[in-house]
Design a protein around this ligand. Sequence first.
Ligand SMILES: C[S@@+](CC[C@H](N)C(=O)[O-])C[C@H]1O[C@@H](n2cnc3c(N)ncnc32)[C@H](O)[C@@H]1O
Length: 307
Amino acid sequence: MVPERSTGEDLDAADCVEPIYVDATYGRGGHARALLKRLPAAARLIAIDRDVAAVAAGQDHAEEDSRLTICHGRFSQLDPVLDDLGIAHVTGVMMDLGVSSPQLDAAERGFSFRGDGPLDMRMDQTQGETAAQWLNTAAEDRIVHVLKTLGEERYARRIARAIKAARPLTSTLELAEIVSRAQPRRPQRSKQGRTKHAATRAFQAVRMHVNDELGELECALQTLFDRLRPGGRLAIITFHSLEDRTVKLSFRRLASGTPLPRRLPVRESERQQPGKVIGRPIRASAAEVAGNPRARSATLRVLERLA
Ligand SMILES: C[S@@+](CC[C@H](N)C(=O)[O-])C[C@H]1O[C@@H](n2cnc3c(N)ncnc32)[C@H](O)[C@@H]1O
């Protein structure tokens, strides 16, 4: 998934401005390492993650490479992080949304129905309500709403009723079993025709709710755009149709700026376009999906700041 070359790099070279990039979702640093390989010695990469385990991995990485600074926090709170580091504008920002493979694979984090673990699902385990706390106290209608909107779950009402009847829930396998039993025994298929575990949609919905993933994204987009230098780029990989829609619509809005009054004369300076959407959305190739099946639902979109 490689977007066309950024003019940000050209500008940095031309103006001798120190290139500063942000990785807003460090994870285990796969993207950070790939980016650092291409950056000059004078560049900086500011990485952030809300997961303490990701930050610990980033601290080891920062000891190997002094260009990297890793911070614990949410990307919606990037402003104070950059202010504390004395950084006003950056050359580029990348975001790779959703849950990381280490989070999914560690049963004790509670993200997966493939192994038993506590029903936690918080990306940041230092704060907030766990999935169990939310499911054990939320009103049935609220659970229905979350399952429908974030999971597109057809059997939301039945599942919510079953959850309510089984309270208190404590473990991931318990939730998976309740969700599966509340649905007709037909194999579920994804849009690509693959069989899906009956609890996939419900787990995704609960995880996105517990971590307020859409709220975080909506809050962050304007700030991230405002922090770009002219020519700087914001590249976002989404895995969920609602996230992708949010990014697509926000990119359009950020690119076109404040809407002008209809049928009124405007000065040329008022017609300025603050950003430009770069190319078409990029999806993982068949070869990439073969090597990394979790990339199958990924979409990369890129926005450039013009002025
Ligand atoms: C898909 S993984 C990123 C993987 C990473 N690109 C790599 O190469 O290893 C998403 C990461 O973003 C983090 N994350 C999700 N939402 C976040 C938020 N609002 N603020 C900061 N980090 C977040 C998660 O904790 C997770 O580690």
